[in-house]
Design a binder for this molecule. Sequence first.
Ligand SMILES: Nc1ncnc2c1ncn2[C@@H]1O[C@H](COP(=O)(O)OP(=O)(O)OP(=O)(O)O)[C@@H](O)[C@H]1O
Ligand SMILES: Cc1ncsc1CCO
Ligand SMILES: [Mg+2]
Length: 264
Amino acid sequence: MQFKYLNLIRERNPLVHCITNIVVANYSANGLLALGASPLMSANLDEVAEIQHFSQGLLLNIGTFTNVEAKLLAGKAANKNSVPVVLDPAGCGATQCRKNATETLLNELDIAVLRGNAGELASIAKVDWQVKGVDSGAGNGDIVDIAKKVAKQYQTIVALSGATDIITDGERVAKIHNGTALFPRITGSGCLLGAVCAAFVGVAEEADYFQAVVEACTVYAIAGELAAKPLTETQTGSFSIALLDQLAEISEEKAQQLARVTYE
Ligand SMILES: Nc1ncnc2c1ncn2[C@@H]1O[C@H](COP(=O)(O)OP(=O)(O)OP(=O)(O)O)[C@@H](O)[C@H]1O
Ligand SMILES: Cc1ncsc1CCO
Ligand SMILES: [Mg+2]
């Protein structure tokens, strides 16, 4: 697999505007900085539309179910200014009002990338699933079918994360086999991945967003793998710091060496 967007991020230092949840705001900003992007966290109604005049990517994360109006306003301005929008429907299956708000965002906005775990994508696809708050839960549906269905329905690129990440535009499917079991043991590793996806599509042409998202998820999963290498399975605190270090350290060459990506 050929990597080309990681170096571009470091060259261009894209500004990624995040309207995210309070749990992960600081960690996401640090992760973007480590990678080589420039984070801006704001949900103020007076400025979120204006920010789309100079931002390269917009992340909308519904995790703490706040600022829905700001997300709509920012998303519409981003669409007008050709700024790619990444939606992370964190915890969207947990309550009816989250389901409704997620549908509204998907219907009202042109979402370039929809990044969530299996439970969140199953909820959007209206497939029966035992969701558990923001964790992915368990279910019997075929996650490739779920991801493809949602990608087609909303004409977006779906990045479904888990032990194997599934990236699809509804036709093409990439599976990323990299990662570490330490990822789901820290909060916000998926939320940061959403922000990372926004940085990658922020430096890509629209026609190449699929490839940019595959690259984003692969680089990220490998950074986690490298961070976990010297750690035991209980060193979750150390992992969260080591992941930031690896996001700063990882090179295209290293990613190329370690990538385990298959296409269907
Ligand atoms: N069991 C696992 N083994 C290897 N990698 C994993 C595993 N589970 C998740 N990952 C990786 O963890 C990262 C985050 O994905 P995850 O599915 O945990 O996000 P999430 O549930 O949205 O997280 P959060 O909502 O806490 O931010 C992805 O890079 C994914 O590949
Ligand atoms: C724990 C938690 N609760 C709402 S958002 C969030 C961060 C992980 O999605
Ligand atoms: Mg999540």
